[in-house]
Design a protein around this ligand. Structure first.
Ligand SMILES: NC(=O)c1ccc[n+]([C@@H]2O[C@H](COP(=O)([O-])OP(=O)(O)OC[C@H]3O[C@@H](n4cnc5c(N)ncnc54)[C@H](OP(=O)(O)O)[C@@H]3O)[C@@H](O)[C@H]2O)c1
Length: 259
């Protein structure tokens, strides 16, 4: 399927592994010029090489902490004019809410709310001027439904979602869209770390916990980063210009609601 974005520049934050990488892969297949990012330089370079093999016309790897101002400046300088921004970052560690310090909370809000807003502030006026922009934020099912140990993640991402609900309507007339994709349980390193955390708390094996969790998902399995990336790429496509301010769950039916 031609997404109509060949040659566009996509900045995909936190994309050396997992859902960010899945998004970068789908955008590479769509012919985008890519700027990819992660803190582990070796892993990032491996990913960049794989993306070149998928057909991206150019892939620039920027090893940096996307939450830091300096890291953001390096990403933006490498990208130049950004047409597509996929906001992603690590999530706060799983922790009971009573154990969170003030520093933990400020850091979680910086990661999952302030950082994506800062990057949007940096790129949105250029998108408006060029009459094309696609912004996708990777948030979480936890925005709609609590998940044990992830209260900080839920709160920061819900804040981001509410903040952008007004912003996206300010720029919609210029063919600039902002949407959020909410992963449920996708098979990545982070999911496996969460399973290990839950297994230790319950005194059972990670395999048992994984099987129990999959049994609770109507689709009967975890999702993949590839499936996730294709949804993100569609929201970045030329044809998705009339879709903005929406929250797309990708959870195999886990969240039980009619709307
Ligand atoms: N997987 C799920 O089922 C699920 C469900 C709900 C929400 N989420 C959220 O979706 C996001 C992506 O999750 P994932 O499962 O893909 O995680 P993952 O497999 O752990 O991958 C995280 C990626 O982000 C990079 N990264 C982390 N912190 C960074 C930072 N400060 N600066 C730059 N890069 C950074 C990592 O590379 P380095 O470590 O080398 O920096 C890696 O490439 C997270 O915010 C997560 O909480 C995931």
């Amino acid at each position: 399927m031609d997404l109509g974005i060949s040659g566009k520049t996509a900045l995909v934050c936190a994309s050396s592994r997992g859902l960010g990488r899945g998004s970068a892969e789908a955008l590479a297949e769509a012919g985008c010029r890519l700027v990819v990012n992660g803190r582990d330089e070796r892993k990032l370079e491996e990913t960049a090489e794989a993306l070149r093999a998928k057909g991206a016309p150019e892939v620039i790897a920027v090893p940096a902490d996307v939450s830091s101002k300096q890291g953001q400046e390096r990403l933006l300088a490498a990208a130049g004019e950004v047409d597509i921004l996929v906001n992603n970052n690590g999530g706060p560690p799983r922790r009971g809410f009573r154990e969170l310090t003030r520093e933990d909370m400020l850091s979680g809000v910086t990661q999952n709310m302030v950082t994506p807003i800062e990057l949007i502030q940096a790129v949105i006026d250029g998108m408006v001027e060029r009459r094309f922009g696609r912004i996708v934020n990777i948030t979480s099912l936890s925005v709609k439904m609590p998940i044990a140990g992830l209260d900080l993640s839920s709160g920061a991402r819900a804040g981001l979602t509410a903040f952008l609900a007004g912003v996206c309507r300010e720029v919609a007339r210029h063919n600039v869209t902002i949407n959020n994709v909410l992963p449920g349980k996708m098979d990545t390193d982070r999911l496996r770390a969460g399973i290990a955390w839950a297994a230790e708390k319950a005194g059972s094996s990670p395999q048992e916990v994984a099987e129990r969790e999959m049994a609770g998902i109507p689709a009967g399995r975890f999702g993949t980063a590839e499936e996730f990336g294709r949804l993100v790429a569609f929201l970045c496509s030329a044809d998705a210009g009339y879709v903005t301010g929406q929250n797309f769950l990708i959870d195999g039916g886990l969240f039980p609601a009619a709307f």
